[in-house]
Design a protein around this ligand. Structure first.
Ligand SMILES: C[S@@+](CC[C@H](N)C(=O)[O-])C[C@H]1O[C@@H](n2cnc3c(N)ncnc32)[C@H](O)[C@@H]1O
Length: 287
């Protein structure tokens, strides 16, 4: 049985999402170049993006591929996307604006707002973990274009043994101790990949779907200045914690406990520069 995750509330963070956790322009360019490479450089494609948010990548995808449809549950995130798109087209009226572009408000845990067999590339950056795995699989089979298409999941990853990852892990432990179920993007992706690894491999001749999990591709890597206090302030400043909605009191207790834990563990000596990778996970879909 698939568990449908709770609704993510990004409306409250939309105004400062790009400032707080946006991607650099160069990272967006490299991610889109990575998507092109995984897709075999076929620009005549329809890209359907799940959880497009403020459209940092959506804009670059729309400028690169023939047709682009972005879907997000948050009207406020989409408002930022539309604003940024208008600013871009005003600034460069003659730039090659795609002939077909749509930004749709919809819940990705329900039927996706695109036709059967209509998408050549199904892309999702930092968002797919909000959707149930079985639902993703069913909708990908439905919307994937006939023949060969590709599902691409993008994630920002940190060193597994770095303090940011350990802090996050400990945060999940504390959230769990408070009776809540933290959302774990890495585990969610593993389940999704496991599904496709177990699917019939390669093109199928008997009208069954086939899949092929490709090797992960690092699209960009960078160093980011980050202090413990910044991480804690960041979590304090947005709604919820680890994908759950604890009360304000529980949240502030957890953050205080995390601070004590990290200062004790690292004796106050945490590196302030941490390496991050943007990784693309491609899965070829044969239908
Ligand atoms: C971390 S943001 C990522 C935004 C963008 N893809 C990026 O990488 O910058 C996650 C996005 O997923 C969207 N989201 C969460 N749950 C969703 C759902 N059930 N259906 C559609 N979008 C969802 C949120 O509204 C938010 O815009």
């Amino acid at each position: 049985m698939d568990i449908i995750p709770e609704r993510a509330n990004y409306d409250l963070q939309a105004d400062n999402f790009d400032h707080r956790t946006g991607l650099l322009a160069v990272t967006c360019e490299r991610v889109v170049a990575g998507v092109e490479a995984l897709n075999g450089s076929d620009a005549a494609a329809h890209v359907f993006e799940v959880g497009c948010g403020t459209g940092q990548l959506g804009m670059a995808l729309a400028n690169t591929f023939e047709q682009y449809t972005g879907m997000d549950i948050s009207p406020e995130m989409l408002k930022q996307f539309k604003l940024a798109y208008r600013q871009q087209t005003t600034a460069t009226p003659s730039s090659s604006v795609p002939s077909s572009l749509a930004m749709l408000q919809a819940d990705g845990n329900k039927v996706w707002p695109v036709a059967d067999n209509s998408a050549n590339i199904i892309f999702s950056s930092r968002a797919i973990h909000w959707l149930g795995v079985e639902h993703i699989v069913a909708e990908v089979w439905r919307v994937a274009a006939a023949g060969e298409s590709i599902l691409i999941v993008g994630r920002v990853e940190r060193a597994a043994d770095g303090w940011e990852s350990l802090l996050r892990q400990h945060c999940h432990t504390l959230v769990r101790q408070n009776g809540l179920k933290p959302r774990n993007g890495e585990r969610h992706l593993k389940r999704l990949l496991q599904y496709y690894n177990q699917a019939p491999q390669g093109p199928q001749t008997d009208e069954r779907f086939g899949a092929q999990v490709l090797a992960p591709k690092i699209a960009d890597r960078w160093y980011q200045k980050r202090t413990l206090q910044q991480s804690l302030d960041d979590w304090a400043g947005k709604s919820g914690l680890a994908g759950t909605e604890p009360s304000a009191k529980i949240k502030s207790n957890i953050l205080a406990e995390l601070k004590t834990w990290a200062l004790e563990k690292y004796a106050g000596d945490l590196p302030t520069e941490t390496e991050r990778h943007y990784v693309l996970y491609g899965i070829k879909i044969f239908s």
